[in-house]
Design a binder for this molecule. Structure first.
Ligand code: PMV
Length: 365
């Protein structure tokens, strides 16, 4: 109810809005959902900085109001294959954005990371689109932004992004975002992501994430299918409980700056995510041999050097190498000498914690 559009006070014929929105990497993973994109367990993520989608949305009033009308372009190329996902998204959010059928939309999108890198662009892409739509709503409602309104519209953008792709709701703000109701985290909600509200030790500021591109191919199993396999999964209930427990433990870890304890939770979460895939029916494996080679190298390096480097995984074969800022140079050297050999064509992306999406100024308006 809170997110239904209250009133349109302005008539607008046409316009253009542009947002840049980042990807994010979960520390406690979301895997399993109920109807309407409600997560089975809470999750928490670092917002990234360099891996972003830039979306420009042009809108113009149209004559007939019977259906949605839009075209999507990726890097300037018309993408018919993107349309069904966006049509589903529009259908889901129409009740909150009743003006959608009044306009024809041209959605122009590009990513700062290579398209076929195996990095999911759904989080950055859906959050950028949601933010563009919220900006149009703000123009139609003629709002001038106060702090209260900014917080409302950020929540609404996150709420809408969630309906496009669950993890997208964690990409609006930074640097640490919680999504899913958790008893110890005030303000947490299943409906949208919120900034982690408690103390975070200096050790976790500017954390680095180097993404090793092990396999750039299309995933054999989509995350939608994977989430659904958590229904009737033999370990699901215990897993959902574990995510709550891990998040409770992280609260203390963030406060004290205990990086060793952080590593245990983060690596266990990554392996548990993939263990859920391997123990679903049908079962599947998204890791590749080089994913395991990299994990073993990281463990060996940590044993040898006492480094605080660790890894996490998404729903794919690529490895996110996480490390504190004060180890930046030395870990990058380790990556170059020992890990790059396991990356497809030697490719990797250096990223770090970021602070959320940004509206871009359109020059010719
Ligand atoms: O947002 P989705 O439906 O693509 O799911 C993403 C799930 C993971 O990336 C595997 C974990 C997470 O919390 O981001």
């Amino acid at each position: 109810m809170d997110f239904k559009l209250k009133s349109v006070t302005k008539q607008i014929e046409r316009g253009t809005i542009s947002w840049s929105s980042p990807s994010n990497i979960a520390l406690v993973k979301y895997w399993g959902k109920k109807d309407n994109q409600i997560p089975e367990n809470p999750s928490i993520s670092f917002t990234l900085d360099h891996c972003k989608t830039i979306t420009t949305l042009s809108f113009s009033k149209k004559e007939t109001l019977d259906d949605f009308s839009f075209d999507v372009f990726l890097e300037g190329e018309l993408k018919e294959s993107f349309k069904p996902k966006i049509a589903t998204f529009f259908k889901r959010i129409e009740v909150y954005m009743p003006f959608l059928k009044d306009y024809h939309f041209k959605i122009e999108t590009s990513n700062t990371f290579p398209h076929s890198s195996g990095i999911a662009s759904s989080a950055s892409g859906m959050s950028a689109l949601a933010l563009c739509l919220v900006s149009i709503e703000m123009e139609l409602s003629d709002v001038t932004l106060s702090a209260v309104e900014r917080s409302y519209y950020n929540k609404k953008a996150s709420f809408l992004a969630r309906l496009g792709s669950g993890s997208a709701c964690r990409s609006i703000e930074g640097d640490l975002i919680v999504w899913g109701t958790h008893k110890d985290i005030e303000g947490s909600s299943d409906l949208f992501g919120v900034k982690y509200p408690y103390e975070v030790h200096q050790n976790f500021k500017n954390y680095q994430d180097t993404i090793l591109l092990v396999d750039k191919g299309e995933k054999q199993v989509s995350s939608t299918v994977g989430h659904n396999l958590m229904h009737d999964h033999p370990y699901a209930e215990r897993r959902f409980k574990q995510a709550h427990e891990n998040l409770s433990t992280l609260i203390g870890i963030f406060k004290t700056g205990d990086v060793d304890a952080f590593i245990k939770i983060v690596e266990s979460e990554a392996l548990t995510l993939h263990a859920m895939m391997m123990t679903s029916m049908p079962y599947f494996i998204l890791m590749k041999p080089n994913t395991l080679e990299i994990i073993n190298k990281i463990w060996a390096y940590r044993n040898k050097t006492n480094s605080k480097v660790c890894f996490t995984l998404d729903a794919g074969a690529n490895v996110h190498v996480l490390y504190p800022e004060n180890e930046k140079d030395i870990v990058l050297e380790f990556i170059k000498t020992e890990l790059v050999a396991y990356c497809q064509n030697g490719h990797y992306i250096c990223d770090q914690i970021g602070f959320g999406a940004q509206q871009l100024v359109i020059e010719d308006q």
